[in-house]
Ligand binder design. Structure first.
Ligand SMILES: Nc1ncnc2c1ncn2[C@@H]1O[C@H](COP(=O)(O)OP(=O)(O)OP(=O)(O)O)[C@@H](O)[C@H]1O
Ligand SMILES: [Mg+2]
Length: 251
């Protein structure tokens, strides 16, 4: 289970984020980057953050710790910014939080480097979850204390937006030609040899068990949230075995 905290103060919006993530203080004295269920992208974005973030962490990647953040919509009443006020008012209940990496810099492929090993592991992982949001335009990688950290897994697993077509959609190749690390000669073969065997049904069951129940309720076509959790396992398990052969790297 992800640690549960409660928001006590909305500090400031993180203006760069398309989904209007904000900084909040919680009742455990922590400061979190908070992503809201009421944001335009909807709760599936948050499900994707949990599945991919927790999977990446278990595969040895650096990912900020994830928590759930309980929000009382009254917190929005004192907000002067209309957009923020609306977002808080529509996000009562369980939201997502992640440790705020204070002082982290956005990864810039021209200013920072990555070894072929590290680039390969990240490209392979992004191919596994079909992450379309790690391009050189918008890397969603942070450099903190000299290391690369993965953030923003909301735009992954496109198949979970259309479950009846999920199997076909998940079988598709991955286009890495615009990936932020494509210019660092990613060693995909080595990454696949190391990581694919770790992506087991057991590991994926452990990861999907972390999704808050509230975000899974009432999904059309599923008669229980457990069935929906299992639906997340299958495409990832299938892709882990083959995706390294289906990564398109050149423009
Ligand atoms: N854990 C963190 N620690 C420090 N800064 C962070 C953290 N998470 C996000 N940020 C900062 O906030 C920005 C927006 O976060 P994120 O990319 O997750 O939001 P988003 O709304 O999904 O963004 P977009 O769709 O525009 O990529 C990041 O580019 C980064 O600068
Ligand atoms: Mg982002």
């Amino acid at each position: 289970m992800l640690t549960e905290v409660t928001a006590i103060r909305y500090v400031t919006p993180l203006r760069e984020g398309g989904s209007l993530p904000g900084l909040v203080e919680a009742d455990d004295f922590g400061t979190y980057v908070m992503k809201f269920t009421g944001a335009g992208q909807g709760r599936k974005t948050l499900v994707a953050e949990v599945v991919c973030g927790e999977l990446a962490r278990r595969l040895g990647f650096r990912v900020p710790r994830l928590v759930t953040v309980g929000l009382d919509p009254v917190l929005g009443l004192g907000e002067p910014d209309q957009e923020v006020q609306e977002l808080l008012k529509s996000s009562g209940g369980t939201n997502l939080g992640m440790d705020f990496l204070s002082g982290a810099l956005g990864f810039d492929p021209l200013a920072f480097g990555a070894s072929p090993e590290e680039a390969g592991r990240i490209v392979w992982f992004d191919a596994l979850v079909n992450n379309v949001d790690r391009s050189w335009r918008n890397p969603n990688l942070l450099v903190w204390r000299g290391d690369l950290w993965l953030i923003d897994h909301g735009a992954t697993m496109i198949w979970h937006h259309n479950w009846p077509g999920a199997q076909a959609s998940a079988a598709r190749p991955y286009d890495a030609s615009e990936h932020a690390l494509q210019s660092f000669a990613p060693d995909i073969e080595a990454a696949a040899a190391e990581l694919a065997p770790l992506v087991t049904e057991e590991l994926l069951a452990e990861v999907t068990a972390e999704i808050p129940e509230e975000w899974l309720a009432d999904e059309p076509g599923f008669d229980s949230t457990d069935a929906l959790r299992r639906a997340y396992v299958e495409p990832l398990l299938a892709r882990a075995a083959v995706i390294h052969e289906r990564i398109k790297g050149d423009k």
